[in-house]
Each structure stands twice: as structure tokens, then as C-alpha cells.
Design a binder for this molecule. Structure first.
Ligand code: NAD
Length: 297
């Protein structure tokens, strides 16, 4: 069993770190929010007072923070590389821009550490049930070392390529998911106006050509899939502001690469409009855009 430091114990990080504890790993955790630290202690994670403490005397240091800004802040400003032992594997599971991910790898390499960008797919359900997919970028050596640990938090681990390629995979995935979510919401909104029940539409489409994970795994209306955020007033889940961040990352990557992604651009613009116009939308699950699509917020 391994010694692990975990930084960022929010909606995703807390259940992920909790699963490592359940697998028998010794986990130290740090978060800047005291509330989250208290919850971590209940899950058997040892609370520590700083990122530097979390990185001390561990084999793995996992970060699960909101954006590239926070990942770089942890890597550059929290003293983790002063306390970590050389050869420690730094795994950033946050979804961040490719440039920050590459920078994080460079910082880790310069400090004599191994590193992996390893964003996840599967949402909070996947984090709780240890069924996440990890998309990993970095050296073969780092990936091989991470496999057993990541296997305690997910069920599919893919080595996508060199530094940053995990993040590249992730932003493509989330752009595709957001486009499908708008499709599912528009379908339900139209069905409502046509007098068709949610359940009937779901039963047919979930086994027909209009199916997607947004519909059958993340259904944006309450009822058909009882575990989705729609059934608990859109408590996240995956916050709208985080999905908006990923769509923005996909758009800047598309522009840089010279690729036309008009549906991704529409999804980005529509979600941004929703967040601008509706108070509290940023912190709701992104599938709450259902209400915006049907014009009832
Ligand atoms: P969250 O806001 O719930 O959690 C982030 C945590 O990081 C917070 O508790 C925050 O206090 C902490 N944090 C921020 N800066 C810190 C610092 N400098 N030091 C220590 N702690 C710090 O967000 P989340 O939903 O857990 O998402 C985390 C990452 O995972 C994001 O990049 C997100 O895009 C990605 N993600 C989320 C989901 C999802 O369904 N929620 C799914 C896949 C990927």
C-alpha cells in the first residue's frame, strides 16, 4: 500500500481520496476550505495544514483543483517540491489547459519528480464508485508507476501520449458531452410542448439513434435516471462554471489548431449566456441548463 498526498478535496477529490483510503492506502489531504478538510477527516483522510505537508514523505502527490491557475499555484507557490522526496510521482487529475499541464510537467521534471496529467471522466458518481476513466499524459515510466494507484479510483486507465495529451483528450470529450447535453435538453423541451412524457421519450430514445451518455447516463430531467443531478434540484455533480471552463479550453485549442468546431462554439456561447443571465447557475450542475432551454429559470 502506498503513502499518498491529496490536494483539493472538493466534489471530486474527496470521494477519490476516500476510495484510496478504502483500498488501504495511507492518505494525507489538504484543501484551502476548512469545511472540505473536516469532511475528509470523516472519510479517514489525515488532515494536514498545507500543500507542503501533504507532499512530505509520500510516493504520490495527487492534485484535484479547479483550473490550471490553481494547479500552477500549488506547484509553484505551496512548497510541495521543497518537502517532496525526489522521484515522487505528481499526478494532476484536474481538468486544465494543455499549456498549464505542460508547464506543470516541466516544473516537476526540474525538481527531479515524475509527473502525469490525468484528468478524469465519469463525474461525481464515477468518483464515488471508483469507476472513473483516467486520461493520462506523460512518460511510460510515470504511467506504469501510477497504474495501481489510479486503479483504486477508476476502472479505465488510458495512456494518451506525452505531457498534456491527457488534457487534450479530456477537452475533446467534454466538448462532445456538452453538445450532446444541449441535444438532450432541446429534445425534452420539444417533447414537453408536443405533449410527450419525459419517460416515454427517454424509453424510446435511450435505445434509439438519438441516444447519448448525456441522455441515458446524465438525464437532464428528473425521473428516468434517479441518480442524476436533475433529481436533486441540480445540485452538482459537475458545476456549470467548470463545464464552461472546459468549453472555453476546447475553443481556444480549436482556434490554435485551426479546426472548425461550430457546435462546440454554440454550446460554449449558450452555456455562457445561461450563466450570465441566471443567478446561481454557475454553481448548479450544468444539466440545469435544461430550465434555460425550456425558458423557465
Ligand atoms: P470543486 O470546486 O468541488 O473542488 C476543487 C477543490 O480544490 C475545492 O475544494 C477547493 O477549495 C480546492 N482548492 C482550490 N485551490 C486550492 C489550493 N491552492 N490548494 C488546495 N486546495 C485548493 O471542483 P470539482 O468538481 O471537484 O472539480 C475538480 C476538477 O475536476 C476540475 O478541474 C473539474 O473540471 C474536474 N472534473 C470535475 C468533474 C465533476 O463532475 N465535478 C468531472 C470531471 C472532472
Amino acid at each position: 500500500m502506498a503513502k499518498v498526498g491529496f490536494i483539493g478535496l472538493g466534489n471530486m477529490g474527496l470521494p477519490m481520496a476516500g476510495n484510496l483510503v478504502k483500498k488501504g492506502h495511507e492518505v494525507k489531504g489538504f484543501d484551502i476550505m476548512e469545511d472540505n478538510l473536516s469532511k475528509a477527516a470523516q472519510a479517514g483522510i489525515k488532515k494536514v495544514a498545507s500543500g507542503a505537508d501533504a507532499a512530505k514523505d509520500v510516493e504520490f502527490l495527487v492534485t484535484m483543483v479547479p483550473t490550471g491557475k490553481e494547479t500552477i499555484a500549488v506547484y509553484e507557490g505551496s512548497g510541495v517540491f521543497k518537502t517532496a522526496t525526489k522521484g515522487t510521482l505528481f499526478i494532476d487529475a484536474s481538468t486544465i489547459d494543455v499549456a498549464s499541464a505542460k508547464k506543470a510537467h516541466e516544473i516537476a521534471k526540474a525538481a527531479g519528480m515524475l509527473s502525469l496529467d490525468a484528468p478524469v471522466s465519469g463525474g461525481t458518481g464515477g468518483a464515488q464508485n471508483a469507476t472513473l476513466t483516467f486520461m493520462c499524459g506523460g512518460s511510460k515510466e510515470a504511467f506504469a508507476k501510477a497504474e495501481a494507484l489510479l486503479g483504486g479510483m477508476g476502472r479505465k486507465l488510458v495512456h494518451c501520449g506525452d505531457a498534456g495529451m491527457g488534457q487534450a483528450t479530456k477537452i475533446c470529450n467534454n466538448m462532445m458531452m456538452a453538445i450532446c447535453m444541449f441535444g438532450a435538453c432541446e429534445g425534452f423541451a420539444l417533447a414537453e410542448k408536443l405533449g410527450l412524457s419525459h419517460q416515454t421519450l427517454f424509453d424510446v430514445v435511450s435505445t434509439s439513434t438519438g441516444n447519448s451518455f448525456a441522455l441515458s447516463g446524465y438525464c437532464p430531467v428528473p425521473g428516468p435516471v434517479p441518480s442524476t443531478p436533475a433529481n436533486r434540484n441540480y445540485e452538482p455533480g459537475f458545476m456549470t462554471k467548470l463545464m464552461l471552463k472546459d468549453l472555453a479550453l476546447a475553443q481556444s485549442a480549436s482556434q490554435e489548431a485551426g479546426v472548425a468546431t461550430p457546435m462546440g462554439a454554440q454550446a460554449h456561447a449558450a452555456l455562457r449566456l445561461y450563466m450570465t443571465m441566471v443567478e446561481g447557475a454557475a454553481e448548479k450542475d450544468f444539466s440545469s441548463v435544461m430550465n434555460f432551454v425550456r425558458g423557465k429559470v
